[in-house]
Design a protein around this ligand. Structure first.
Ligand SMILES: Cc1cc2nc3c(=O)[nH]c(=O)nc-3n(C[C@H](O)[C@H](O)[C@H](O)COP(=O)(O)OP(=O)(O)OC[C@H]3O[C@@H](n4cnc5c(N)ncnc54)[C@H](O)[C@@H]3O)c2cc1C
Length: 384
């Protein structure tokens, strides 16, 4: 987005335009035609994920030296919007690998990056595991422990709502090495799928984003070599928070992509559907609903781009990332609900596209920190 003179601008450079076109073509040709089927089957979209891997979409944030695409966050959010325009469930199955890579990018040493980011580039999959049955918004309240025993840590606990749980080859896991120290006693680890003591539950039946799997990870005396600890003991909470600086604008982009699709479907339908002798967009209430969609989507996209741009500049973006995430998610929920309204009765029927968009987009207000938690962060930053 940046131009050369002052770093502020809205014109995409050639590389960004190329990435957007590549992502749009992939979304339109590979994802859109099968989105409905995967949603209905609640099935993991293996063939699409494999094609996405070949294009580098599961390693967008991984540096080239480890086999990734090394995209800026700006480029990543542009790509993410295009993918989620087609199907946010399939898109999540793809982009979650970039989220799992974040703790390694934030705190991994050279050997860990070579091994685990390299594995992602070679076609393996990964998941990010912090949430537990009794600790979602309150991430510091996790109960999983990691006890040092010689050259290993022994982990005990349960992670839940883990995207990619059933398909992943390794997991970025947060656990307390010192349970008596909230926040400062937490550490981060990479755990291989085949580690003794690690088992994976069945995927949950969800409301939406059904092509992506979400489930539990059980750690029962799971043994992890010391060399798989990310950073120092006690840095886990900091690593989790730093990962959010990059992941939250990404969730904002997911919401923008779904909302844009809902608006496009609404425009098409409102042109074709006639009542009282005219297309429904000529009824002012419907026309204005669509105008509001356009205004809100553009505002959300700019907030997402701002948060991404700050990140790429190496500047703090905590408040801006929370703002972009909450605004985009709340906006997209409203846009998709209005889209169903514009379709009238047909909006409520599975055969029409907007019902899926409304189910899919709800989760954007929940994962990576709920809309309430984002507001708490904004208040905290404003009153700092
Ligand atoms: C489909 C899906 C995929 C997910 N993927 C992952 C993943 O890959 N990895 C992972 O680790 N987690 C994942 N999550 C977990 C997700 O991040 C959490 O569900 C989320 O952070 C909310 O936590 P919770 O469900 O425990 O809700 P709670 O924290 O119990 O919150 C319940 C309600 O109370 C509100 N609330 C809580 N605390 C406060 C407060 N202090 N102030 C105001 N309101 C508050 C919340 O906003 C919410 O409305 C996923 C969840 C889902 C459903």
């Amino acid at each position: 987005m940046a131009n050369e003179s002052n770093g502020i601008g809205f014109k995409l450079n050639e590389e960004q335009k190329m990435m957007r076109q590549m992502a749009h073509d992939f979304a339109a040709n590979e994802m859109l035609p099968v989105a409905e089927a995967y949603d209905k089957k609640h099935e993991y979209p293996w063939p699409i994920v494999r094609k996405a891997q070949a294009l580098g979409l599961t390693t967008m944030n991984v540096p080239q030296e480890y086999g990734g695409m090394d995209l800026t966050l700006m480029e990543e959010v542009i790509v993410t919007e295009e993918l989620t325009w087609a199907c946010s469930g399939i898109a999540l199955a793809i982009v979650i690998n970039n989220v799992a890579a974040l703790p390694v990018l934030v705190a991994g040493n050279e050997a860990q990056k070579q091994k685990y980011l390299g594995q992602l580039a070679d076609g393996k999959l990964a998941a990010y595991c912090i949430t537990e049955p009794n600790a979602g918004s309150d991430a510091a309240a996790i109960k999983t422990t990691a006890r040092r025993e010689g050259d290993c840590y022994v982990l005990n606990g349960t992670k839940t709502f883990i995207t990619g749980s059933t398909v992943s080859d390794w997991y970025a896991v947060f656990a307390y090495t010192n349970p008596d120290e909230p926040y400062k006693g937490m550490s981060a680890f990479i755990i291989d799928r085949d580690s003794p003591g690690l088992s994976v539950g069945k995927p949950f039946e969800k409301m939406g984003q059904n092509a992506s799997d979400t489930g539990e990870i059980f750690l029962e005396n799971a043994r992890v070599p010391v060399e798989n600890r990310l950073g120092k003991e006690g840095q886990g909470f900091m690593i989790a928070m730093k990962a959010f600086d990059r992941s939250r604008p990404g969730v904002g982009a997911i919401a923008v992509g779904v909302a844009r699709r809902a608006m496009e479907e609404s425009i098409k339908y409102a042109r074709e559907r006639e009542t009282m002798g005219k297309p429904i967009y000529r009824h002012q209430t419907i026309g204005h609903m669509i105008a509001d969609m356009s205004m809100q989507i553009e505002a959300a996209r700019l907030l997402v781009w701002q948060a991404a741009w700050l990140f790429d500049q190496g500047r703090p973006n905590v408040r801006e990332a929370a703002t972009a995430k909450a605004f985009a998610a709340d906006m997209a929920m409203k846009v998709c609900t209005d889209a169903v309204q514009i379709f009238g009765g047909y909006g409520y029927i599975r055969e029409y596209p907007v019902e899926k968009l409304m189910r899919d987009v709800k989760i954007c207000q929940i994962y990576e920190g709920t809309s309430q938690i984002q507001r708490n962060i904004i208040v905290r930053e404003l009153f700092r």
